[in-house]
Design a protein around this ligand. Structure first.
Ligand code: MN3
Length: 222
């Protein structure tokens, strides 16, 4: 398992699989660019930002994406974009596995059945949501107070809020699929369904948070 790597200075840990391991669904060049260029860029920018704002160096990644709104507006926006870019990409990459890992029949499977009538129903709703993102962003499966929900976020926003537990996300920025799927986002979404790591989603539901990181959002300072 990757080292914790939850606070400043962040490093870009290797993916838990090779750049070519998600073929034929996601191609090697896309994975390489996405991880070693796009994610690396967010990590470098976030480290630079935190270097200039040492009071934030003890904040975990989840605290940064969940609590940026407490900060002065300009700094908060920069944290939202850069920490979000790190959080969302790590979450996305950890949510995939070569050939996919099946849902099984645990609590998450039961909830998917209860809410969407099964995985086919879930896929339909997830695809609809991912298609509906205008421009760049993500579609998410999250656990909220009363059960599973599908959400979308723009740009690098993350649904890290009290009482919301993200389970899966799909990156629908064009850089996530353009080299292989060109402008056909629907084909990319279908391919992503083939590489979902449901084990990761189940673990996030039962344990919360990013692999090895604290799921806690700090109490608001009044
Ligand atoms: Mn991306």
């Amino acid at each position: 398992m990757a080292m914790k790597n939850c606070c400043y200075p962040f490093i870009n840990t290797p993916l838990p699989y090779g750049y070519n391991a998600l073929k034929p669904f996601i191609d090697e060049k896309t994975m390489w660019l996405h991880h070693s260029r796009h994610l690396q860029n967010y990590i470098d920018n976030l480290n630079k930002l935190l270097k200039e704002n040492p009071e934030l160096q003890s904040w975990s990644l989840e605290e940064l994406v969940g609590c940026y709104s407490w900060l002065p507006r300009t700094l908060g926006t920069a944290v939202r974009n850069q920490a979000g870019g790190v959080y969302n990409h790590r979450f996305f990459f950890e949510g995939m596995a070569p050939g996919g890992i099946s849902l099984g029949d645990g609590v998450l499977a039961q909830e998917i059945n209860r809410t969407f009538g099964g995985t086919e129903g879930w896929k339909e709703r997830m695809k609809e949501a991912a298609m509906s993102v205008f421009g760049s962003g993500y579609a998410w499966l999250v656990w909220e107070k009363n059960g599973l929900e599908i959400r979308t976020t723009a740009n690098q926003d993350s649904p890290v809020e009290p009482d919301v537990r993200p389970l899966l996300n799909i990156d629908v920025w064009e850089h996530a699929y353009y080299l292989k799927h060109y402008n056909v986002r629907a084909a990319y979404i279908e391919d992503w369904f083939q590489v979902i790591n449901w084990h990761a989603a189940q673990r996030r539901l039962t344990c919360g948070g990013m692999m090895g990181c604290t799921p806690k959002i700090p109490e608001r300072i009044s």
